[in-house]
Design a protein around this ligand. Sequence first.
Ligand code: FES
Length: 325
Amino acid sequence: MAEKELNQILFIGEKMVPVQPGQTILEASLAAGIPHYHACGGKAQCSTCRVLVTEGAENLSEPNVREKLAQSRIKFPNEVRLACQTQVIGQPVKLHRIIRDETDRCLYINDASGEDMLQAIGEEKKLTLFFLDIRDFTPFMQAHLPFDVIHIMRRLFRIFSNAITSHQGRIIETAGDGLYAVFGLETSLRNAVQAAVNAGNQIFRDLEVFNQTYLQHYFNYYLQVGIGLHVGRVILGNIGIGVNNNLSVMGFPVNVAARLQNATKELNNNFVISAKAFQLLKNQPQETICTNINLKGVKEAFAVYLIGQPFRKPATLEANILAAE
Ligand code: FES
C-alpha cells in the first residue's frame, strides 16, 4: 500500500520542510535544520517562534488555549501563529519566520519586560482619524519668550490629550502646533466616530475656558483650533523608532483626514468631517452644512459636513495678533 505523502511547509526564502504526523511547525523546522528561535522551549510564553502565514491559514490547526492566551496578551494579528503550538493539517502552507536574526529579535521582543511591544506587527484596521491644528500660533510664538511658548503649548496639549484619551483615543503624532490621533483601536468604528466627535467638542469647550480664564487674562491672546475627521482602513504597526516605540498609522485615509483639517480654513468652520464618518454617527448634530470640496489626490468632489463653528472674526483676531506683536 502506498505511503501517505507527508505535508510540507514552504518557509519563504529558506526551504521546503516536510512535516511528520503530530509535529508542530517548530519541531518540523528545527528537524529540517532551520535555526528557528524558540526562547521558551515551545511553551507559548516567549513568542520568538512566531511565523507569518501568507498562504494556507486554513490548513493549520486552530489556535489552542495557550496560543489564544499569548494572542490576547501580545495582540498579534490572525495571520501570525506560534510555530510551537501549530500543526499542519493540509496543503499548501506558505509562511516565513518573523524573527530571523538578533536584530529582528531586538525589534520584536522587549528584553526589559520580557513582553512584546503592543501591536509590534503590522495589521490593517478601520479607524477614525483625527487631525487637529492650532490656528495663529506663529504670531504668539514670535511675540513671546521660549519659556512662555512651551508653557502654553504644554497647557494646550494637556487639554487635547485629556479629551482624546478620556474618549479612548490615542495620539499618534504631534508635529509643531498640531497633532494626529486615532480612535477605534479597542472599539467598533461606529463607537469610535462618535467618541472622536465628542472628544473634539470637549476640546472646543475646554479651550474656550482656557482662553477666557488664562490666555486672554495673562497673554492678551485668543487661540483656536481646526479639526478634520475621516474614517478608513489603515495600516498600523510599531516601527520601533521614537519615544516609547510609538504606534504608526499609515494609509490614504490618513492623508484625507489631514486635508480635511486643512480645509477648515477655506470652509471657515472649525470642525470638518467626511460624509462617510458623518453617516456613522449615532448622534448626528442637527444643524450642519453638507458641502462638496476638491481634495488633492481625490478625483471626484468629496462630500463633507461642517459640524463646528465659524472661526472667530478676523477683526478680533487681528487685534490679538497686533497685541502679540
Ligand atoms: S517557542 Fe516560545 S512561544 Fe513558541
